[in-house]
Design a protein around this ligand. Structure first.
Ligand SMILES: Nc1ncnc2c1ncn2[C@@H]1O[C@H](COP(=O)(O)OP(=O)(O)OP(=O)(O)O)[C@@H](O)[C@H]1O
Ligand SMILES: [Mg+2]
Length: 482
């Protein structure tokens, strides 16, 4: 219960308004420690309320009359920074906490103006925070609490230099909190260097993934993936689905191809303008887009209710990415389904993922065209049944009776079904084939990459675990360059 956590009435009021009744396990464990001022590494499954776990004590400890920035939260993507700032705004609503998000792609003058209004808490992406530090439009010398959301990601190569630069303008005497659903040991060791006797809080769970997510894999050749995806969507009729692809090109092609086959899909990745990224996400949240096709830019932290299915069109290169991707469904006690496509040559990656998550994925057979067709008919059937249940059909009765006097009732119904049903589409589409990931044997070899610090400029990581390019090419990138 939140009432047992010694929180101010204003926070209890806000949290109640948010509909939270009981503290989640990670909240119950870390809030008291955080209030005592301890440094914490908090690890708990996706969708279990880590944001409020660091947000509630942060707001509780604010001195509202003090105009300085007292807390800073760093997040890996712009969308996540915005979302976290919104959740903190809600938690701090009755306490009158001022929370500001600063992120790349948004007009910097506007941010500078907002920074002059003395926010208590800043939530931002590393690049833009550094930009403001350099311009002296953001002063962090009175910061008491620094939080890294998605900490392992923030300390991975590509972000570590920025994080260290930000750390150097925050007082040594501070509380440091790290949260993520994943925390590989090598990264944890890096983290401990700039923390003081951190308390490692892990919510005990048999598996790293959420038990409410049903996990499947489909063994499928690259060139058959798209038909399998279309059929799966037809059979499963997700409320909202996210399809993860490996590259930006793949995301663009998949979104186009899905539209060609009559689905409402849009893509999101790092090459789109910020305005476009936000509008795609907004449409998805509002249900105007049913399928969000995304790179890993959308894998971490995003909390979108109604996401029932996650499809990994390409198996992710590292197990952590898998955990976060599928964690976009099955949040806050809801159920979800995750389906991962694996090409025959990539089966080794499946093993690595399973070893890390300690959870087996069940094999799933690709649906046939007939099954997809039946799935679509069942969807129409549900719509008809719902409409019958809702009633209000008086105005249609006369003509309905006339129809039935002339035709066989089963045939009339079949005709209605035919009109309503979207037949599985075979429209030809073009998806460029991706090369399979390099062969993998076991994870032990792969872990080495974590010892490679972001500082080093060597490019000798082609065989390592994460096998991805440093995200910063030339100029500093803001959030993911994905
Ligand atoms: N105590 C609570 N009771 C009910 N709902 C909660 C509670 N705490 C948080 N939530 C809600 O649960 C959802 C998931 O929370 P949140 O986004 O913080 O998860 P997370 O652990 O950070 O996940 P991820 O690892 O994916 O970032 C949010 O919609 C949040 O508002
Ligand atoms: Mg989170």
């Amino acid at each position: 219960m939140f009432s047992e956590l010694n929180l101010s009435p204003s926070i209890i009021k806000s949290v109640n308004r948010m509909g939270f009744e009981e503290a989640t396990p990670i909240q119950a464990k870390t809030i008291p420690l955080s209030l005592q001022g301890k440094d914490i590494i908090g690890q708990a499954q996706t969708g279990t309320g880590k944001t409020a776990a660091f947000g509630i004590p942060l707001i509780e400890k604010l001195d509202i009359k003090n105009p300085n920035v007292q807390g800073i939260i760093i997040a890996p993507t712009r969308e996540l920074a915005i979302q976290v700032s919104e959740e903190l705004y809600k938690i701090g609503y009755d306490a009158r906490a001022r929370v500001l998000a600063v992120y790349g792609g948004q007009d910097i003058q506007r941010q500078i103006k907002a920074l002059k209004k003395n926010p208590h808490i800043i939530v931002g992406t590393p690049g833009r925070i550094l930009d403001h530090i350099k311009r002296r439009t953001l002063k962090l010398d009175k910061v008491q609490t620094l939080i890294l959301d998605e900490a392992d990601e923030m300390l991975n190569m590509g972000f570590i230099d920025d994080i260290e630069a930000i750390l150097s303008s925050v007082p040594e005497e501070r509380q440091t909190l790290l949260f993520s659903a994943t925390m590989p040991d090598p990264i944890r060791r890096i983290a401990e260097r700039f923390m003081k006797n951190p308390e490692l809080v892990r919510v005990k769970a048999k598996e790293m993934t959420v038990p409410l997510i049903e996990q499947y894999y489909v063994k499928v050749h690259e060139r058959e993936k798209f038909d399998v995806l279309s059929r799966l969507i037809d059979v499963q009729s997700p409320e909202l689905a996210i399809v993860f692809g490996r590259t930006k090109r793949r995301v663009d092609e998949l979104a186009n191809a899905l539209n060609l086959r009559g689905y409402m899909a849009e893509g999101i990745h790092g090459d789109l303008s910020q305005a476009k990224r936000l509008s795609v996400l907004r449409k998805f949240k509002e249900g105007k887009v049913d399928v969000l096709v995304a790179t890993d830019v959308a894998a971490r932290g995003l909390d979108i209710s109604g996401v029932t299915h996650v499809y990994n069109y390409d198996i992710p290169q590292d197990p952590e990415s898998y955990v976060h991707r599928i964690g976009r469904t099955g949040r806050a006690g809801k159920e979800g389904m995750a389906i991962t496509f694996v090409s025959p040559r990539e089966m080794g990656y499946l093993k690595i993922v399973e070893q890390t998550t300690k959870k087996r994925m069940n094999p799933m057979r690709p649906p046939t065209w007939d099954e997809a067709f039946e799935g679509q008919q069942r969807l129409s059937m549900e719509r008809i049944s719902e409409t019958v249940k809702e009633g209000n059909l008086e105005e249609y009765m006369t003509v309905a009776k006339e129809l039935l006097s002339e035709h066989d009732p089963v045939e009339v119904t079949a005709a209605v079904l035919k009109l309503l049903t979207k037949e599985p589409d075979k429209t030809a589409v073009h998806i460029t084939e991706e090369r399979p990931l390099p062969m993998k044997k076991d994870r032990d070899n792969n872990q080495k990459s974590y010892s490679r610090r972001g500082k080093s400029s060597s490019n000798s990581h082609s065989h390592n675990y994460s096998n991805r390019k440093p995200r910063r090419s030339g100029k500093r990138s803001e959030g993911y360059n994905k």
